[in-house]
Design a binder for this molecule. Structure first.
Ligand SMILES: *[C@@H]1O[C@H](CO)[C@@H](O)[C@H](O)[C@H]1NC(C)=O
Ligand SMILES: *[C@@H]1O[C@H](CO)[C@@H](O)[C@H](O)[C@H]1NC(C)=O
Ligand SMILES: *[C@@H]1O[C@H](CO)[C@@H](O)[C@H](O)[C@H]1NC(C)=O
Ligand SMILES: *[C@@H]1O[C@H](CO)[C@@H](O)[C@H](O)[C@H]1NC(C)=O
Ligand SMILES: *[C@@H]1O[C@H](CO)[C@@H](O)[C@H](O)[C@H]1NC(C)=O
Ligand SMILES: [Cu+2]
Length: 356
């Protein structure tokens, strides 16, 4: 059996020396059913054969796994990533159900945000004009001040996945879900933040009667928003999650420190995904508690996680809030701390284009 720490070290080496590649959603699990997402390979399939596999994930040309910069917040690329086009398949989820977004190994600190936009008819329509979609925030995770920990570290500790509860108030219909991590490791510089939006088509069934008030994609953010342009390398007393307000019934996921992640945060550099994976593997403390009402929605997260503690509380019917906590062993945390410093430089930038 290969030593886990050696394995992690090899992976960190690969990250450090390899082409920058910081993430996309590989697939989702909607109400327990897995759907593959858009693969970057599909771009080349299309180039070479004129066709590519169907998926629920929108076409996007972030071939380097890269990001949208704040300078492009006023362009259509911020909507569903570079040159995005509608997916021609659709997943299904019930209102009140869950959608888990599975990411490639994720390295950076930042908030995790999910929006939905209802399509006039079918979100698979190739002529759908994405610039007319109006986005409603249904889920967000930002920054936990007491532990100085970012939502993205909970995502990492949860096997690089994030689970969203679909508000039961959301009307039945065809939606584009826009799930996004905003990497803030460069946010001390104007235009230093990095947005990684990912879109999938999901039909919501059994919905409620909320009146949705959405925001055009090109109006979600500005380069000087408090949660976009700020110094992340100091003790933060508050963090303003970017974008419009959470819809009533949306979920404000409280971030709770993972030991490894907190260490990585204070070490300034983002944590190494592989190091945290080691932390997850090494974790022994497992506890789970949930109210009956929350049990269903937390199941997907629990299933996908190799990690530790989850406790979910439903505060009220109209406004839910949940807590996802993860703990790792001291040894694993030490590994994370050591490796975080070498995994991804603070000032690192990604080339937007790749040489093919
Ligand atoms: C989806 O798009 C792919 C790629 O263009 C195509 O091969 C497939 O036939 C389409 N499927 C549907 C149902 O439109
Ligand atoms: C978009 O925003 C950038 C600054 O982030 C600005 O330079 C550019 O002029 C804007 N473009 C339009 C069309 O408003
Ligand atoms: C924290 O709050 C202050 C005061 O409202 C605000 O000026 C600042 O932009 C906030 N910082 C962040 C990172 O959201
Ligand atoms: C989300 O939860 C955090 C921590 O409990 C709190 O500080 C913040 O105000 C909440 N945001 C919203 C929009 O409810
Ligand atoms: C972690 O997520 C991947 C998909 O990204 C999945 O294939 C794998 O089974 C998950 N591992 C665990 C332990 O849940
Ligand atoms: Cu990166």
């Amino acid at each position: 059996m290969v030593n886990k720490f050696q394995t992690a070290a090899a992976l960190v080496g690969a990250l450090a020396s390899g082409v920058s590649a910081h993430g996309h959603v590989t697939g989702i699990v909607a109400d327990g059913v897995y759907y593959g997402g858009f693969s970057l390979d599909y771009y080349y399939d299309e180039e070479n054969t004129g066709t590519f596999p169907e998926s629920v994930g929108w076409w996007a040309e972030d071939l380097d796994n890269g990001y949208i910069a704040p300078t492009a917040y006023n362009t259509s690329d911020i909507i569903c990533h570079l040159d995005a086009q509608p997916a021609n398949m659709t997943a299904t989820v019930s209102a009140g159900g869950s959608v888990e977004f599975q990411w490639t190994a994720w390295p950076h600190p930042g908030p995790v945000i999910t929006y939905v936009a209802q399509c006039a008819s079918d979100c698979t329509d190739p002529s759908l004009d994405k610039s007319t979609l109006e986005w409603v925030k249904i889920d967000e995770g930002g920054f936990d001040v007491p532990s100085q920990t970012w939502a993205a570290y909970d995502l990492i500790a949860n096997n690089n996945s994030w689970t969203v509860t679909v508000p039961s108030e959301l009307p039945t219909g065809n939606y584009v879900f826009r799930h996004e991590i905003i990497a803030v490791h460069g946010s001390e510089a104007l235009n230093g933040a990095q947005n990684y939006p990912q879109c999938v088509n999901i039909a919501v069934t059994g919905g409620g009667s909320a009146t949705l008030s959405g925001t055009l994609g090109t109006e979600l953010y500005t380069p000087t928003d408090p949660g976009i342009y700020f110094n992340p390398y100091t003790t933060l007393l508050n963090y303003t999650i970017p974008g419009p307000a959470l819809m009533v019934g949306g979920t404000n996921q409280t971030v709770t420190a993972t030991t490894g992640a907190a260490a990585a945060t204070s070490a300034v550099a983002s944590s190494s995904a592989s190091a945290v994976a080691v932390a997850a593997q090494s974790t022994t403390a497992i506890a789970q508690s949930s109210t009956a009402a929350a049990a269903a929605s937390s199941t997907a997260a629990a299933q996908s996680s190799t990690v530790a503690v989850q406790s979910t509380t439903v505060a009220a019917a109209a406004a839910t809030s949940s807590t996802v906590a993860a703990q790792s062993t001291t040894a694993a945390a030490a590994a994370a701390t050591t490796q975080a410093s070498s995994s991804c430089n603070k000032k690192r930038r990604h080339a937007r284009d790749v040489v093919v």
